[in-house]
Design a protein around this ligand. Structure first.
Ligand code: NAG
Ligand code: NAG
Ligand code: NAG
Ligand code: NAG
Length: 772
């Protein structure tokens, strides 16, 4: 054989190889395109159509990734943006975003199983509905299956038990409504089983207790009931999450390796076993809202790594030994709503500032105003049963309490205003209100619970929002006319997410128009849902959103990248510039500043707790606080994350969504801390950066230091005590650790500071009067 024939051979085999490769890819490419069609062309997959190269080489995004091996698809991950399960917002039901009636989950899975080499399948938030077909088991190489946040219902197919390579099975956030199966022990490699947020019934599947490879069992938020089995054989288990079910046994034996145990909101009874105090690796323990009795083992508090310990709302009794030593990592302890007596162990003394400790509504001999009387705790055992309200009774009760609460709040507000007036008129000292912590805050013990109930809040919010004009759609022509075709001279400001124009509508009213560039392309119907959410955020201290206009809107299923939001125009400048005013008629004295801060704190409190999902990351800064002609403060720039980010996705996905929210909520607290700081020392100008201010804050400690850095206007118009309250609040908000206060606490402290100040002002007036 000479050169030419060898070459020929090489060429031939190369061509052969290329052509088989090519064939395979064409076939799988066709399947992928069919899947896209089944899923009704989600925008996340637009790239598939326009990409004529090998789909395996398409670069991954957070919403789509394809991995191949030997020219065959082995991993397919698609995350859509169909809302699932966030079905209620501010009391309004949202439509489910399912695929259309012509979607067939059966055909979809049939097509999917033609990708025979799949090892990883993750199809999240795609609006798939129907029962999950049995034939999914044909994907015999599958190691990970995640179909969370869809609308799958019915039974978890028994044939899944044949997929022996599975190590992760995640069916979260669907509507599976049959009994939970008990064949899991045939999945001998299973490490993660997550079935949370479904409607599964029946008992805890005891087959799970035999799969020693398991690390995570997550069955929370279902309707499982009955007895929890001994789980001590699960030596690899780290996470056990069974929250919000109806389990009603005693606490079972648990394996030693657990780091997180979440059993809250069940009907567990009996004592907390001593062995729980021997789980050396434990970090999170939540046993709240059960019917546990007895005294918890004190070893729990001193575990080396425990950071979160919640036993609230049980029937625990006895007294905790004074000499308990708390673990260094312990940052949060909640023992409230039990029957504890005696005093608190010294390491749980909440004044140390090291950890957050909640202990209200026991019979402890401290802080008696938030405690029951002794006799309450003595009859501990007999009242256990009466705690077992049915769900409906609780809702009803919450409704009634909510109604009463609103009336009480209104009355209190009325009373407060009345008293303020009295004070302003210089009421005689004998009739003056003494600032009383309790008076300002009677419902706080229950309010956070009630605040979590969106329906009640939406009532309160509606009360607050009366008089705001109805939300409407604006046409592009109308807005162009209002702004002289968005003339540069009408630009009020330009932020990171788009310019703001001042406009004048035909009826003569001024408006502020934000042109919002969307970084992510939205389907118009999806965008409309988000705008609908945004339009529901109404509060007297939020700049009112009057309506919107979607630029280039054609059809509901086209995409768009700009939306114009039309707000009421707030004429009197922002807090930042007001803080630097020195002319006597414009200067903001301490009481004025407190009024602004209280208004904004109320608005943010509403954004955090009055709506579901909460609106976080509200871009709090002094420039975003506007004052109207009556110097009423209104927050602008709030809620933008609803339109620009995947808020509901993290909500629906659930994983870590709690901590996600917590940290976002804390961001607002932190930023509000800087607003407080600027109110104290004047606006942060050039050369005064965040770091500079943080350093200056250390001067707050001494009188001399204060005199040096606090704005002279504040020094001369504030009382010592009122100033101290706000300084200490500022320190807490800006503190680097996790003990930042909630907005409820922020609001409460500010209102207290204002009341202290009002009293001091009256004092001063009467002093002056008696001198002259
Ligand atoms: C969403 O779908 C589920 C299950 O089909 C249903 O129970 C729920 O009421 C729906 N929610 C809305 C707002 O349509
Ligand atoms: C589950 O839900 C579907 C659809 O809502 C319903 O038709 C079916 O009867 C339910 N099955 C069970 C076992 O409750
Ligand atoms: C548990 O139940 C309590 C009281 O009913 C409720 O306030 C709380 O929100 C529930 N927890 C969860 C995680 O839903
Ligand atoms: C506590 O946590 C640290 C850091 O994660 C770890 O190294 C240590 O082994 C843990 N201690 C115990 C007793 O598990």
């Amino acid at each position: 054989m000479g050169w030419p024939s060898t070459l020929h051979l090489v060429f031939l085999s190369w061509a052969l190889l290329a052509s088989t490769t090519h064939q395979l890819q064409t076939y799988e490419r066709q399947i992928l395109l069919q899947l896209r069609k089944h899923l009704e062309y989600p925008i996340e997959l637009d790239a598939w159509q326009n990409y004529y190269g090998d789909l395996c080489t398409l670069s991954s995004t957070t919403h789509m990734s394809i991995t191949c091996q030997d020219n065959s698809v082995t991993e397919l991950k698609i995350m859509g943006d169909k809302l699932a399960k966030v079905s209620e917002f501010n009391g309004f039901a949202l439509p489910n975003q399912t695929l259309s009636q012509s979607f067939s989950v059966d055909s979809f899975v049939t097509t999917l199983t033609r990708l025979t080499n799949l090892r990883v399948v993750s199809l999240v938030s795609l609006g798939m509905w129907g029962p999950l077909p049995d034939k999914i088991h044909r994907l015999s190489s599958l190691e990970l299956l995640d179909v969370s946040s869809n609308f799958l219902f019915g039974t978890i197919p028994a044939q899944l038990s044949r997929m022996v390579r599975l190590h992760t099975l995640t069916l979260d956030g669907n509507f599976f409504n049959d009994t939970v199966p008990d064949w899991f022990d045939s999945l001998t490699k299973l490490t993660v089983l997550s079935l949370k947020n479904n409607r599964l019934k029946g008992q805890f599947p005891s087959s799970l207790t035999r799969i020693t490879s398991l690390t995570d069992i997550i069955l929370s938020h279902n309707a499982l009931a009955g007895k929890l089995p001994d789980m001590s054989a699960l030596t690899g288990l780290h996470l056990l999450d069974l929250r919000e079910n109806h389990f009603d046994s005693q606490l079972p034996s648990l394996p030693k390796g657990l780091t997180t145990i979440l059993l809250s909101n069940n009907s567990l009874s009996g004592e907390i076993p001593q062995e729980l105090g021997e789980l050396q690796q434990l970090q999170h323990l939540d046993l709240s809202n059960n019917f546990l009795t007895g005294t918890p083992p004190s070893e729990l508090f001193s575990l080396q790594n425990i950071s979160y310990l919640n036993v609230a709302s049980n029937v625990l009794s006895g007294s905790l030994p004074q000499r308990i030593s708390c673990g260094d990592a312990l940052g949060f302890v909640d023992i409230s709503n039990n029957r504890f007596i005696g005093s608190l162990p010294s390491c749980l003394d909440s004044n140390s500032g090291k950890r957050i400790v909640k202990f209200g509504w026991n019979c402890l001999s401290i802080d008696t105003k938030n405690q029951h009387s002794k006799s309450f705790c003595e009859k501990a055992v007999t009242v256990t049963q009466s705690k077992r309200f049915s769900g409906k009774a609780i809702v009803l009760l919450a409704g009634v309490i909510g109604g009463i609460l609103i009336i009480v709040v209104l009355l209190l507000v009325g009373l407060l205003i009345f008293r303020r007036r009295q004070q302003a008129r210089g009421a005689p000292p004998g009739l003056r209100t003494v600032p009383k912590v309790v008076q300002d805050n009677p419902p706080s013990a229950i309010s956070s619970e009630l605040l979590a109930n969106a329906r009640i809040i939406s009532q309160a919010a509606k009360l607050g929002a009366q008089g705001t004009p109805v939300y409407r759609l604006f046409s592009m022509e109308e807005l162009e006319e209002a702004t002289g075709r968005f003339d540069q001279s009408t630009v009020l400001g330009a932020g990171s997410i788009g310019k703001i124009y001042k406009g004048r509508l035909q009826n003569g009213n001024y408006v502020a128009i934000r042109s919002l560039a969307l970084h992510k392309k939205f389907l118009i119907r999806n965008l409309k849902l988000r705008l609908d959410l945004l339009s529901k955020l109404r509060h007297p201290h939020l700049v009112g959103l009057l309506g919107h206009c979607i630029d280039g809107e054609v059809q509901d299923d086209s995409t768009v990248n700009r939306v114009l939001l039309v707000y009421e125009f707030v004429p009197n400048g922002n807090f930042h510039t007001h803080l630097s005013e020195t002319s006597p008629e414009k200067v903001l004295n301490w009481s004025d500043r407190l009024a602004v801060l209280i208004g904004i704190a109320k608005a943010v409190h509403f954004l955090h707790t009055g709506v579901i999902p909460p609106s976080t990351c509200n871009r709090l800064k002094t420039r975003n606080i506007l004052l109207d002609e009556h110097r009423v403060a209104k927050l602008s720039d709030y809620g933008m994350s609803i339109v620009t980010e995947d808020v509901e996705k993290s909500e629906a996905r659930g994983d870590g969504s709690k901590s996600w929210h917590m940290s976002k909520l804390e961001d607002d607290v932190y930023n509000f801390g800087f607003i407080l700081l600027e109110s104290l020392v004047g606006p942060i100008g050039k050369g005064k950066g965040e770091a500079f201010l943080l350093k200056e804050m250390t001067s707050f400690g001494s009188q001399d230091g204060r005199r040096k850095i606090v704005d002279p206007i504040v020094l001369t118009t504030s009382s010592q005590e009122s100033l101290s309250i706000v300084i200490s609040l500022t320190n807490k908000c800006i503190s680097p650790d996790s003990s930042r206060p909630s907005f409820e606490d922020v609001l409460w402290n500010l209102q207290y500071a204002a009341q202290v100040q009002a009293t001091a002002d009256v004092d001063q007036k009467s002093d002056a009067a008696s001198l002259s």
